[in-house]
Write a protein that binds this ligand. Sequence first.
Ligand SMILES: Nc1ncnc2c1ncn2[C@@H]1O[C@H](COP(=O)(O)OP(=O)(O)O)[C@@H](O)[C@H]1O
Ligand SMILES: [Mg+2]
Length: 264
Amino acid sequence: MTTLTTTPTTSHDPALLTAPHWGDPVASLNGVTKVYYKPDGSILVEALRGVDLEIPQGQYVAIMGASGSGKSTLMNLLGCLDRPTAGEYALQGQPVAKLHDEALSHMRGRKIGFIFQAFNLISQLNIEENVETPLLYQGVGREARRKRAIEALQLVGLGDRLGHRPNQLSGGQQQRAAIARALAADPVILMADEPTGNLDTATGDAILKLFDDLHDEGMTIIMVTHDDEVAERCERVIRMRDGLIETDVIHRHRTPDDDRLAAS
Ligand SMILES: Nc1ncnc2c1ncn2[C@@H]1O[C@H](COP(=O)(O)OP(=O)(O)O)[C@@H](O)[C@H]1O
Ligand SMILES: [Mg+2]
């Protein structure tokens, strides 16, 4: 394993950092490490080796890097699925790093929407029930659950498929349902791990267009991708290497105007 001793390469044009559509930091990591241990207590691997990262409200971020570089570990920490070994994590200003399991999972349910490569829908439930499920765990009442699920499914273009089981839908439709499930809880951050990895190009493009639209509405999105073309659509590309941020580049601000210009 090579050791990076340099600070990450950043190219933040100061003018870009004050762009109007980014707000206060939603996620701030400070000196975050994650160590996986062997059963005997010795160190197996240092998956993250001191990560500092600030993500403002409304930013659309791609995380890239070779297999084993720490992307999933970073996503798991940002998504409150796991805790750092050391360092601080503030989510909307609230400290997360030392929360106990129940408080951590409460935070996750309230603030994070997850989208996975394999959709992860429950095959025995129809898609409306799938979208309602996380709301059930949050104690949202029956009528409100149904209303929010239907709204989220309408938003992703599945308003006419509520009673369908996942296996009655195409891959693209299943991923839309998974996005609706992530959105129904009104998350602060939408986190996606290779969301188009199981889709053909045209279907994947339609899903990415949906992400663009959500971003235009102000959603903060963090997406792991191996695809340079997918990363191109994001505003910021973070490359991980050996448990550290190797490069962190803000390359542009995509705004609704970009689409209008592109279309004209
Ligand atoms: N639960 C775990 N237990 C032990 N080692 C792990 C665990 N999860 C990840 N690792 C190790 O941590 C390093 C980073 O893994 P990961 O974050 O999954 O990388 P990526 O998502 O970039 O492929 C790898 O060396 C991996 O083998
Ligand atoms: Mg991974």
